[in-house]
Design a binder for this molecule. Structure first.
Ligand SMILES: [Zn+2]
Length: 293
């Protein structure tokens, strides 16, 4: 048995050796092998050129660049059955979310619901918008009740909990002492308030207040490259806002702005000194505020 096994192993070794020698001869005489052995660099160069040919770019989704500048479009005093739906259409068309500081308007439940459904933010702009009572010398008692009343209006009717506030008239229109008392109340209620950096001046009663280009210019020309820009508009009665909005959006986009909604974590934006500076630079903004924002 041992002899047979040894013979078989030897036979296999002989067959393998023969195959190797024949194979080597075959490769040595093959034209392809010879080509690689030549000093003909053109072949090599051609090969290299083919190797560095760029691969076709795979179809991967390109992540949208994160804009470093954010504009917060805000609309006060609504919603209205006339203007707000048009504003919402434009925002939808541009895929932009905005912030609506609302009052307890009646007959527009479907608009409240649409604002919420389309991902915009609702803010508390008081229940009464009554300046003399909200800022009365009462230690903030009326203001507190009014704020809670509006909070409950939004929650009871729409299941929406807001914690952002805009002072009717803007905080800069009232004494520091009056605002400090009310800010403390807001803080107790878990709220933070937001003023604005630029106003469309769309409540101005002059002809400019009805001119979409003027409204747009008031915002776009006063952005001043600010990294966080809160923009004030109204969605109640001035149709010019509807015509101005696409220009405002385009103008801000050209300046590199993306768009966001105001949230409580943006508290650091709320009381920026810059707001007061902006108001001082544009005294008319304060005048406009006093006329009924
Ligand atoms: Zn207002």
């Amino acid at each position: 048995m041992k002899k047979i096994a040894t013979l078989i192993i030897l036979s296999i070794l002989i067959i393998l050796s023969t195959a190797f020698i024949v194979g080597a001869d075959f490769w040595e005489s093959s034209p392809e092998y010879l080509e690689l052995e030549t000093e003909d660099h053109s072949i090599v160069e051609e090969y290299d050129a083919a190797a560095i040919e760029p691969e076709p770019t795979p179809e991967l989704p390109t992540p949208a660049p994160t804009p470093s500048k954010i504009a917060y479009l805000t609309f006060d005093d609504g919603p209205s059955a006339t203007i707000t739906p048009q504003i919402l259409d434009i925002l939808k068309e541009h895929n932009i979310r905005a912030t609506f500081f609302v009052l307890p308007r009646s007959g527009v439940d479907h608009i409240f619901e649409r604002i919420i459904a389309e991902g915009h933010a609702l803010g508390n702009h008081s229940f009464t918008h009554n300046f003399s009572r909200l800022y009365a010398n009462d230690g903030g008692a009326f203001f507190r009740d009014d704020t809670i009343r509006m909070h409950e209006f939004l929650y009871d009717n729409f299941g929406y909990r807001t914690n952002i506030y805009r002072f009717p008239g803007g905080s800069m229109s009232w004494s520091r002492a009056a605002i400090d008392i009310r800010r403390n109340i807001l803080e107790e209620l878990g709220y933070v308030d937001f003023d604005w950096h630029v106003s469309s001046a769309d409540t101005c009663s002059s002809p400019a207040g009805r001119d979409p280009r003027a409204l747009s210019g008031n915002i776009v020309n006063n952005a001043n490259g600010r990294e966080r820009l809160i923009v004030l508009m109204h969605d109640v009665s001035n149709e010019a806002v509807v015509a101005a909005l696409p220009m405002i959006i385009e103008g801000l986009k050209e300046q590199g702005y993306g768009f966001g909604v105001l949230r409580n974590e943006n508290a650091h934006l709320a009381h920026q000194k810059a707001i007061a500076e902006t108001a001082a630079l544009m005294g008319w903004v304060v005048m406009v505020n006093l006329w009924g924002i």
